[in-house]
Design a protein. Structure first.
Length: 145
């Protein structure tokens, strides 16, 4: 058997989005991701790689050959969830809420604090961090992380 040097290094979610400007406001302004790579066409961002700390994701808008926008039939984001494991999901919750982003009240599930958000296209984005707080605890200002 041949020995190949193949090391999978990272999985990067790739979201097709219906409105790049709205998605960039959500991810860059709201969730503090940084645009590290982009493809511009006719003066607009058509594809980009966003990064926050060690996690990344890619966005690309729906375009027809003539440059016009289109969206697929059906609801985008249905059944898609991305879990970002972080050091402090409670801090992320407070941070994004301070920027006007609607995030679910954190709770403990599977020994992790979890807070969930929906992006403009309905993709579910979770931030999770390990904790020893009892399962099903719901966040309050008095909760210990």
């Amino acid at each position: 058997m041949e020995d190949f040097e193949t090391k999978v290094r990272q999985a990067v979610p790739f979201f097709a989005v219906s409105n790049m400007e709205a998605s960039l406001r959500f991810y860059v302004e709201g969730l503090a991701f940084e645009m590290t790579h982009k493809w511009m066409y006719d003066g607009t961002v058509r594809w980009c790689w966003l990064q926050r700390d060690g996690a990344g994701l890619m966005l690309q808008d729906f375009r027809r050959e003539d440059g016009g926008r289109w969206s697929p039939v059906g609801k985008l984001g249905l059944g898609v969830s991305i879990m970002f494991i972080c050091d402090d999901a409670l801090a992320i919750y407070r941070e994004v809420r301070s920027r006007g982003i609607d995030a679910s009240k954190p709770f403990v599930g599977n020994a992790m604090w979890v807070t969930s958000l929906r992006d403009p296209d309905g993709y579910r984005v979770d931030f999770e961090s390990y904790t020893d707080v009892p399962e099903e605890t719901v966040y309050s200002e008095d909760a210990v992380s």
